[in-house]
Each structure stands twice: as C-alpha cells, then as structure tokens.
Design a protein around this ligand. Structure first.
Ligand SMILES: [Zn+2]
Length: 99
C-alpha cells in the first residue's frame, strides 16, 4: 500500500544487488558499467561485477586489447598476400623475350 510505483520516487526504489542478491535502496548501491547494482557491503568486499559478468568482463577486455592487434595482423596479411601476388605475376610473366 505505502510502496510507490516503480520509478516514481528514486530514493525508495529498491535494487537487487548483483553480488549478494539483497534488495537495497537505490542510493545505497552503485551501478556498474553493465547496469548491475552492487550494494555498499559488496563494494567494500571488492565485488564490482556479478560472477556471470566477471567472465564477460575478461572476455570483453581480451577482445578490446586484442582488436588493434587483430587489425594489424589482418593488414599485415593483406599486404603480404598483395606483394606475393604482384611478385608471382611478375615472375610468371610470359617469356616473350626468350623465343
Ligand atoms: Zn551485495
């Protein structure tokens, strides 16, 4: 009865902590980059993501770090293939002068 509809009063909106699952008021929790809410107790314990998100966090980090290298390797392979094709074309030119 005395509970306001969701979204009408931000100070009374309860959020489920992604670390421990407790319902905590919005002002007593932190919203991480994945939209998860972490309560102060979990923050003090060093929790920043839910266990599921932690795996994604490392995966995203790996992709973010690896992407420039992947682009570099892709360009290097493309250039190598292009040079190889040019050399191959020059080397296998019709032997017009020999006959
Ligand atoms: Zn918590």
């Amino acid at each position: 009865m005395d509970q306001a509809p969701p979204g009408t009063n931000p100070s009374h909106v309860l959020k489920d902590c992604a670390g421990c699952g407790a319902s905590v008021p919005r002002q007593d929790c932190h919203r991480n980059r994945y939209g998860e809410y972490i309560c102060r107790t979990c923050q003090a314990a060093g929790v920043r993501f839910s266990p599921q998100r932690r795996r994604f966090h490392w995966l995203h980090r790996l992709i973010r770090v690896g992407r420039p290298w992947f682009a570099y390797v892709a360009v290097a392979i493309a250039v190598t293939v292009a040079i190889y094709m040019i050399i191959d074309r020059v080397a296998s030119a019709p032997p017009a002068a020999s006959e």
